[in-house]
Design a protein around this ligand. Structure first.
Ligand code: GDP
Ligand code: MG
Length: 162
């Protein structure tokens, strides 16, 4: 079986857009409405000649439990079956309570984590990415899932821990 990289984070940070970028096609469901991707969706990806499975997550039931808890629970499920985790944060918005909830899950799980500071569409926004050092998860990798900016370095970092 291929090594599994789970892409986790609260709704609307750009997980599905990033997964599309990683798999090189437009298939993971991207929506302006948070929480559109259903449950976990598995794709096969290749980077620098290495094959791996990438898991897109979503489908939070926000009406059933609070948003922070449901994000954390979804992340927990996805992380369980993963060899490494790509934690996606919206660098422009900065860390929210939902993000912090995922951070606690990540700490508990103890799996290797690469931190994607998404929506850094231009160089001027890179300071926003640097602010994510405060999460205590190591180096934030600035990336623009939409434009592809920084995605190569992010993938190198992800494969290094996978
Ligand atoms: P998910 O809920 O985490 O899967 O987020 P989506 O991939 O569905 O994206 C949510 C919204 O953020 C969509 O409107 C995307 O176009 C937008 N988005 C995703 N990545 C970027 C990015 O790098 N830059 C900008 N400006 N918008 C992005
Ligand atoms: Mg999604």
């Amino acid at each position: 079986p291929l090594p599994v990289l789970a892409v986790v984070g609260r709704p609307n940070v750009g997980k599905s857009t990033l997964v599309n970028r990683i798999i090189g096609r437009r298939e993971a469901v991207v929506e302006d409405t948070p929480g559109v991707t259903r449950d976990r969706v598995y794709y096969e990806a290749t980077w620098n000649g290495r094959r791996f499975t990438v898991v897109d997550t979503g489908g939070w039931e926000r009406d059933v439990v609070g948003i922070d808890l449901s994000v954390a629970v979804q992340a927990e499920y996805a992380i369980e079956s993963a060899d490494a985790v790509m934690f996606v944060v919206d660098a422009i918005v900065g860390p929210t309570d939902s993000d912090e909830a995922v951070v606690r899950v990540l700490r508990k799980a103890g799996k290797p984590v690469v931190l994607a500071a998404n929506k850094v569409d231009n160089m001027a926004q890179e300071a926003d990415a640097a602010a994510l050092w405060s999460l205590g998860l190591g180096q934030p990798w600035p990336v623009s899932a939409v434009h592809g900016r920084g995605s190569g370095d992010l993938l190198d970092a992800a494969l290094a821990i996978l």
